[in-house]
Design a protein. Structure first.
Lengths: 503, 117
């Protein structure tokens, strides 16, 4: 066996080992060394993620049985087109965030780079795992890292937002375990492929118990994804935490969305017999309401970071719509939109950090303040990102939304989806134009004392921004890829197939 | 035995949820601890309750499902770490915000005001 055969586990192992290495005396007492190691590790992760992507594209699904214990007895990692794409996304985001933080924001507290690495390990693990309990473990890894990252740098507001975030998620974790216990009690397995095989065979008195377990899981994933009644923690948490952390958290809600897709879109999807698509009647209204409430909150936002947090909620709602449309076409469009919205929101959070830094006391609030020293370049990036987030041509937001609207074929569904998504876009247009004018044009005097942006910060934002036009220029290959990923996801994977691939 | 076990788990969850709804970090931590005890017992029972049987395959015919025990072990460790973090965070919140209410300030309570008059 060559090292290449173990590629699937590398996105989990690399951050783990780097995180531990950063704690050792040689590195822990020198921030500059930590930055070098951390950025190098992130570049390595991008390389590994993309080589895994090419491998999966060439050879099909990769299954990695840990300790060579075959499923369902052992735990497996499954790298299919969708999960590998998400790993690539988290690697790129991790690189941008680490570069941005290395310009100085990692100084405000201890162990920043270690925590980022643990967070990436949890995120990658959650994407790659093929086992529900292992998903819980990786959720906990990414959560405990995010608890400490969110409070990084300290401050009253952060402590307060963190109390809500931590306790809500702890309750969520308990419910997750209740759901897993319920499902294990009825199905006798927690391997995703094996669960999918056994759900159609459930006897009628077990159906109700399995159903309650599945819907409990929906609530748990919904809490992570910030879907409607469970989204109140998000704006405060994302807008008070430090800039790089907020940008990294742009992918955290997507972990919840990804899990809903895997569990409720596939395992309890079309092939689940009596329990087929049990989550859909709930998801459909919730998705539309999430967009509506998110859009109203966007209009009411008083600072750029709060506005951006609310845009995250709108994007979550849009993704839930593509899940509840439940076709290959919609799933493909959803995956494209997921890529776009994660990158655009993360870049906007990073930009908001720079704007906050250069506006002094006014921070990123929409009030008149002294002009920023680098207003030209910041304004240009803001305009680009605003175009992407609103969904105007020529950037990827437009393509994403067009694909989603195109995938709505049913007239009764179109009646709801079209107006809500389009009006949501219009509201984003109004809110972002107002934000841009008050941040860049309502100025009095020049702020000469403000700290200018570090080149690394601009490089980090540039790395994310440049992906948006690339997703349009290479729109053909990217949407072909998401189409294949959606077909693979929807086709599901039985235990037999899983074990054949593992051999 | 199943009935006693189920009632215990249910009672503990009820107490946990009641305490968590109180809105103060101290009661929240106690409530979370109770809920995580309840969930540990619940997970343990998810493989069925077997008496007097080992959890490993051996010469005897009877054996208990070993997986829930492994799950519970993991859940205990994780729950323990999370509770420790929650306690520290609660103390930090009390120090930073000057109140142990989860919102940082005591909400307006009309009954309390009536008493003072």
């Amino acid at each position: 066996m060559s090292l290449f055969d173990h590629l699937v586990i590398f996105p989990v192992l690399i951050p783990f080992f780097v995180a531990v290495a950063l704690l050792f005396p040689g590195l822990s007492n020198s921030l500059s060394k930590q930055r070098v190691v951390s950025i190098t590790a992130n570049i390595l992760m991008v390389v590994v993620a993309f080589s895994l992507l090419f491998k999966v594209e060439a050879q099909g699904i990769q299954v990695y049985a840990l300790g060579d214990w075959s499923a369902p007895f052992g735990i497996v990692l499954v790298a299919d087109l969708f999960s590998v794409l998400m790993v690539c996304l988290s690697a790129i985001l991790g690189l941008a965030v680490t570069m941005y933080a290395s310009a100085g924001e990692d100084k405000t507290g201890a162990f920043f780079h270690t925590l980022i690495m643990f967070q990436l390990m949890g995120i990658n693990g959650a994407f790659l795992t093929g086992d529900a309990f292992n998903l819980f473990v990786f959720f906990e890894v990414l959560l405990i890292a995010s608890y400490s990252l969110m409070i990084h740098g300290g401050g009253k507001q952060r402590t307060q937002a963190n109390i809500h975030y931590v306790f809500l998620n702890l309750i969520g974790s308990s419910l997750f375990l209740f759901a897993l216990g319920t499902l294990y009690g009825t199905l006798g397995t927690l391997n995703f492929a094996d669960m999918a095989d056994r759900i159609p065979l459930l006897s009628s008195n077990e159906l109700l118990i399995a159903k309650s377990g599945a819907l409990l899981l929906l609530a748990v994933f919904g809490l992570k994804a910030a879907m409607l009644p469970l989204h109140f923690w998000l704006p405060k948490a994302y807008s008070t935490t430090s800039t790089p952390v907020a940008a990294l958290f742009a992918i955290m809600t997507k972990v919840g969305i990804y899990s809903i897709w895997r569990v409720h879109g596939v395992i309890f999807g079309d092939q689940a017999g009596e329990l087929a698509n049990i989550a859909l009647p709930w998801l459909w209204p919730i998705a539309l309401l999430t967009i509506a409430i998110g859009a109203i909150a966007v209009l009411a936002s008083k600072s750029l970071r709060v506005l951006c947090s609310n845009l995250v909620i709108v994007s979550v709602g849009t993704l839930l719509v593509t899940i509840s449309l439940n076709t290959v076409q919609a799933t493909s469009a959803g995956i494209y939109y997921l890529l776009h919205s994660t990158i655009a929101c993360a870049a906007m959070f990073l930009l908001a950090g720079l704007i906050q830094q250069q506006r002094g006391q006014a921070e990123d609030r929409f009030v008149a303040a002294r002009a920023m020293p680098q207003a030209g370049i910041l304004g240009f990036i803001f305009a680009l990102l605003a175009i992407a987030l609103i969904g105007m041509p020529p950037l990827s937001g437009f393509v994403g939304k067009a694909l989603i609207l195109q995938s709505v074929t049913n007239a009764s569904e179109a009646m709801w989806v079209f107006p809500i998504i389009l009006v949501g876009g219009l509201i984003a247009l109004i809110a972002l134009s107002r934000a841009g004018t008050s941040l860049f044009w309502r100025t009095n005097g020049e702020n000469t004392s403000a700290l200018k942006g570090h080149p690394l910060q601009y490089l980090a934002i540039g790395l994310l921004v440049v992906i948006l036009p690339l997703m349009v220029i290479f729109g053909g290959p990217v949407s072909d890829y998401t189409q294949l990923a959606a077909e693979q996801l929807k086709a599901g994977l039985s235990l037999q197939q899983l074990n054949e691939v593992a051999k | 035995m199943e009935l006693v076990y189920a009632v215990c788990v249910g009672f503990m969850s009820t107490c946990g949820i009641f305490l968590m709804l109180r809105g103060h970090t101290f009661t929240l931590v106690i409530g979370l601890t109770l809920l995580s005890y309840a969930v540990n017992l619940f997970l343990f029972a998810s493989g069925g309750l077997t008496i007097g049987a080992p959890a490993v395959l051996s010469s005897s015919e009877n054996y208990a499902d070993p997986l829930p025990q492994a799950l519970v072990l993991t859940a205990i460790v994780i729950g323990f770490a999370m509770t420790a973090f929650a306690v520290i965070l609660a103390m930090r919140g009390r120090a930073d915000l000057g109140s142990d209410h989860v919102d940082g300030i005591e909400p307006f309570d009309p009954l309390a005001e009536d008493k003072s008059q």
